[in-house]
Design a protein. Sequence first.
Length: 180
Amino acid sequence: MASTEQGATMTFRIRKTVTADIGCLQAIERSADSAFETIPTLAWVASDGVQPEDLHHRLCEQGYSAVVVNEDDIPVGFINGEYTADALHILGVAVMRDCQGMGLGKMLMAGAIHHAREKQLAALTLTTFRNVPWNQPFYARLGFHVISDAEMPERLARLLDEEAAHGFARAGRCAMALRL
């Protein structure tokens, strides 16, 4: 359950993403990314693009994909990732802008953590912004730690390099892990 600004209580739940949900996931991501407009140096992220539908389809079939839905079973947020040898690598977490601040991102992450434990994976990993309040500090509160360059697995270093080539300042990004 979550409370809105007006004090009304709404019920949300997490479920596996189904094909019928995929059409709305890009709109959710665009809405979530609009929060970057509040950070002048990262405002461009709000219009930088979203995960393609074919990726969402692939993750539904071969990876991890879950949505948080409202009382009408309408998705208002999602999380997705892909499996590596021993981890679930989170590719995206997004919550509709008007539903942010209700604990839905935390619910999505808790679901992914539970799923990874059930699959007996060693960790969850992700890449994120260091100094964006709903990024690195948020994940740190959930128990994730920043991976130092000396401890960085090659696949995560490669991802950070790819992100830098896409325009994300390397110094402003980090890889994080939650050991299970």
